[in-house]
Design a binder for this molecule. Structure first.
Ligand code: TYD
Length: 385
């Protein structure tokens, strides 16, 4: 494993706390690369109970995500007639509610965060079992039947024991179950240079080559790959059981043949991180030095990474706006920068807003048409709009 990126000591990206509340603390954030299977992973694993028992991230209700759910549902429906859907890491049930409205039934989920499972039930009427998914889950006794579709969106990269996870998938699937795993694609992340997607929850940065190596000894194989243009580029990996008798789609070989991920790509992103941080510091310190006010928009996990790398405090970034109530009036982890409601942008009219939720750039800039200041967009390269 070759060290390719080093972020130093970093706070946990979703550890939003009020003043005086006990924080989870800091941990080293380093990425290591395996040239043999092209998988990159973090050098350490923070205990999942610390990261996920009380989780501040809620599935986005943004239009971008609603549109993505529609596309995803269509792609799944085109692949199978089965409509019984089980979602691993269902978060607050927002996604399952959407899938239910589009015709999937019954739907049920699993998530380790107690606060999210309660919201799933009370707000969206979704049954969610509060538990980490693994091979140890006694799935049939908990739910009953085995589902037609198993969905895991942005969960796989958070898992340390992949072999155990795949054995869990084997336990919950019939030979005709369609398993759908959506992950940020390392190829896209490296191309955009979105270093801010590296944080303690993202234990690995997936390539298809690594996935093939993982599945070699399992009951599954890659069946179809679809790329979507959200969050800087993600892929949906459709897995089929080896006994399904369904031949893999041409997309699998096409994606694998094109896939180029090397140590140099990762080291280039490390260099890009350093130049972006310098550029952001120059812009923001320059602006505040002339008496201008700067805020940030979107208290995403990416914001925690970016603001900590730049060593900004509330002297530079007066506040960060966010729509998530569990983040409001708490500080961005590792900083004294407060998270406030979305309306603050228009009320306060700062001179600059750093778009830390850059993955929703189009939607946010369109929505915030009454903002008179300038946007600082950090990706793909730092620029001002
Ligand atoms: P997101 O990019 O979905 O995830 P991550 O935390 O994994 O980086 O986070 C986007 C954040 O931005 C989330 O906290 C919600 C917030 N947000 C707004 O405040 N307003 C908006 O209009 C949108 C689209 C997001």
């Amino acid at each position: 494993m070759i060290p390719v990126m080093d972020f130093g000591l970093q706070p946990l990206a979703n550890d939003f706390c009020k003043e005086g509340e006990e924080r989870a603390g800091y941990a080293p954030l380093k990425v290591l690369f395996c040239p043999r299977c092209t998988l990159a992973q973090l050098s350490i694993v923070v205990r999942p109970e610390i990261l996920y028992s009380r989780y501040a991230y809620f599935t986005s209700t943004s239009q971008t995500i609603q549109n993505h759910f529609d596309t995803l549902a269509q792609d799944i429906m085109a692949e199978t007639e089965g409509r019984e859907l089980f979602e691993i890491g269902c978060n607050d049930g927002r996604g399952l509610r959407h899938f239910k409205d589009l015709g999937f039934a019954p739907v049920y989920g699993m998530d380790p965060a107690q606060n999210l499972c309660e919201v799933a039930k009370t707000r969206y009427g979704i049954d969610a079992i509060c538990c980490f998914f693994s091979e140890k889950v006694q799935f049939p006794t908990l739910i009953g039947l085995k589902p037609d579709v198993v969905l895991a969106r942005h969960v796989f990269c958070h898992v340390d024991n992949w072999a155990g996870f795949v054995r869990g998938l084997e336990n919950v699937s019939r030979s005709d179950t369609l398993v759908c795993i959506e992950v940020p694609y390392a190829v896209d992340q490296l191309q955009t240079g979105s270093f801010d997607q590296c944080y303690h929850e993202h234990l690995s940065y997936l390539t298809l080559r690594a996935m093939v190596a993982l599945l070699k000894d399992s009951q599954f194989h890659l069946h179809r790959i679809i790329r979507y243009n959200i969050h800087g580029g993600v892929i949906l990996m459709m897995l089929r059981h080896n006994l399904s008798g369904i031949a893999p789609d041409a997309s699998v070989q096409e994606f694998i043949a094109k896939e180029q991920v090397t140590e140099t790509h990762w080291k280039d992103m490390d260099w890009k991180m350093r130049t972006s941080v310098t550029e952001l510091q120059r812009l923001v310190f320059g602006a505040t030095g002339c008496g201008k006010r700067v805020c940030a928009y979107g208290a995403s996990a990416k914001a925690t990474v970016l603001l900590n790398l730049c060593r900004f405090t509330k002297k530079q970034i007066a506040f960060v706006t966010d729509t998530t109530t569990t983040k409001l009036y708490r500080n961005v982890p590792g900083t004294d920068i407060p998270v406030v409601d979305e309306g603050a942008l228009i009320r306060e009219q700062p001179d600059y807003a750093l778009l830390t939720a850059w993955n929703y750039e189009k939607e946010i800039i369109t929505k915030e048409k009454w903002f008179n200041g300038k946007w600082i967009v950090p990706m793909p390269t730092v620029h001002v709009i």
